[in-house]
Design a protein around this ligand. Structure first.
Ligand SMILES: [Zn+2]
Ligand SMILES: [Zn+2]
Length: 110
C-alpha cells in the first residue's frame, strides 16, 4: 500500500495500517434461479491508515460478487492533514534576568 498523498507529491513513506471499522447492516447471500451464488454484502469495511510523513487516508475495501457485476472498487480518500495543521503555534519571549540568570518564558498560543 502506498500513501496516495505521497504518491501525488512524489514522496516516499512507510504506511501504518490503522483501525478499521465495518458497518453492520444485515444482508443475505442467495442463489438465483440458475443456482448461482450471489453475495451482495453492502457493508463497507473502512480502514484509516497513516504514513510516516503524517498523512492520513481512508481505504474502503473493494466488493464484488463472483456471479454478476455487482460490486464497487476500492476507494481511497485522503483525509485532512491533521498533523501539520495541529502543531500549536509556539512563540517564545526571551527574558534575561538580573545577575546573569537566563530565564525563558515560553508563551504557547492556541
Ligand atoms: Zn504520505
Ligand atoms: Zn450477484
Amino acid at each position: 500500500m502506498i500513501c496516495p498523498k505521497c504518491k501525488e507529491l512524489g514522496l516516499k513513506s512507510n504506511v501504518y495500517p490503522g483501525y478499521s471499522t465495518t458497518t453492520a447492516a444485515y444482508y443475505s447471500p442467495y442463489y438465483d434461479e440458475n443456482g448461482k451464488y450471489h453475495s451482495h454484502d453492502g457493508n463497507s469495511r473502512m480502514s484509516t491508515n497513516s504514513c510516516s510523513l503524517g498523512h492520513r487516508f481512508n481505504v474502503s475495501a473493494a466488493k464484488s460478487c463472483p456471479n454478476c457485476d455487482w460490486g464497487y472498487p476500492e476507494e481511497v480518500a485522503i483525509l485532512e492533514d491533521l498533523i501539520t495543521n495541529s502543531i500549536p503555534v509556539v512563540s517564545g519571549d526571551l527574558t534575561v534576568g538580573n545577575g546573569g540568570n537566563t530565564n525563558f518564558a515560553l508563551i504557547v498560543k492556541g
